[in-house]
Ligand binder design. Structure first.
Ligand code: HXC
Ligand code: NAP
Length: 281
């Protein structure tokens, strides 16, 4: 299913969407879904070649594209990228804060700079983008989408940096919803579950088919997600269909994180089976 099979292919015509970290993975998937509905796309990242390859893909969908090499930790570079996008494509209607960094490191082995680096990319980078885009978003009565992660609400082993950063992102999202609603700016977050074929899963997920099959068997909907699952959620939250939604965190994970009580559920299932076996259930 393509998003344009379900929604009008002109839904975002005349709108400008800016995606930090838009050159790859989930963020590029988000950009593609907006492009398929007529939006123009501004994307930034640190790697020129990655951005140019993404540009070709998005132009192939008919979008006008502006690319800027900018590190989200560098406020001035980001502000310049947003200004270039405005000049080339018009003021920004939708800002997607998607740039992130991650690696597995148990807290006792993580250097102070490793922790700081992830917080600076994910959390401070998200504030930098929101702050630098504020005047444009105020003008368009636009919307911000933060790409969060389950680590922001559920502790994960070897993920202290990401957990702290994404928890901060979630609260920043709510704070901006509270403060900027009066300007007509909506602010929401998306929590992707495990998304197949991404850099995040390459870095953090198991690499063998058996382990991946075992994990997918524990997900209520039975499978990892796709980048389009996240792109479609982003389109919904940025669209007029969500015009009264702000301060919300939309989990798109096939139910993966309902498993907080999985061990308890397993024990209860065994207990019920035993009771049935004894004829008292
Ligand atoms: C331990 C590490 C490390 C590793 C880097 N560091 N990699 N520590 N294990 N594997 C430490 C370094 O030693 C250094 O600390 C500090 O982190 C900064 O490292 P740099 O290489 O100088 O940082 P930089 O070049 O800015 O790169 C940032 C990065 C890198 C985060 C380290 O991995 C990156 O650029 N990632 C971008 C792509 C990415 O991560 N995508 C996945 C997003 S997935 P010292 O003390 O030595 O100076 C995601 C959630 C996914 O966010 C959820 C999936 C389920
Ligand atoms: P990805 O492809 O590595 O995406 C991250 C992007 O951010 C890259 O294009 C990267 O490009 C850019 N980036 C990194 N550091 C940057 C910086 N300092 N300044 C500007 N751009 C920077 O990884 P992904 O797995 O698709 O993750 C995308 C988003 O989804 C992240 O926010 C992640 O936390 C979230 N997420 C992913 C999963 C998953 O299953 N993959 C699950 C939950 C949440 P450059 O390196 O060229 O700069």
């Amino acid at each position: 299913m393509q998003v344009s099979d379900v929604l009008p292919p002109t839904m975002f015509a005349g709108k400008t969407v800016f995606v930090t970290g838009g050159g790859s993975g989930i963020n590029l998937g988000v950009a593609r879904n907006f492009a398929a509905l007529g939006a123009s796309l501004g994307i930034c990242g640190r790697t020129a070649e990655r951005l140019e390859s993404a540009r070709a893909e998005l132009e192939g969908l008919g979008a006008k594209v502006s690319t800027s090499v900018a590190d989200v930790r560098d406020y001035d570079a980001l502000a310049a990228a947003l200004e270039t996008t405005r000049t080339e494509l018009g003021p920004i209607d939708v800002l997607v804060c998607g740039a992130a960094g991650n690696f597995l490191a148990p807290a006792e082995a993580m250097s102070a700079n490793g922790f700081k680096t992830v917080v600076e990319i994910d959390l401070i980078g998200s504030f930098n983008a929101s702050r630098a885009a504020f005047e444009q978003l105020k003008e368009t009565r636009g919307t911000i989408l933060f790409i969060s992660a389950p680590q922001g609400s559920v502790p994960h082993f070897a993920q202290a940096h990401c957990g702290a950063a994404k928890a901060g992102v979630d609260n920043l999202m709510r704070n901006l919803a509270l403060e900027w609603g009066r300007y007509g700016i909506r602010s929401n977050g998306i929590v992707p579950g495990p998304i197949a074929g991404t850099e995040g899963m390459k870095r953090l997920g198991p690499q063998d088919d058996k382990a991946n099959a075992e994990i997918q068997a524990t997900i209520p909907l039975g499978t990892y997600g796709s980048v389009d699952d996240i792109g479609q959620a982003a389109v919904f939250l940025a669209s007029p269909l969500a015009s009264y939604v702000t301060g919300a965190l939309l989990t798109v994970d096939g139910g993966a994180y309902l498993g907080g009580t999985r061990l308890m559920a397993h024990k209860i299932q065994s207990m019920l089976a035993q009771q049935k076996g004894r004829g008292d259930g």
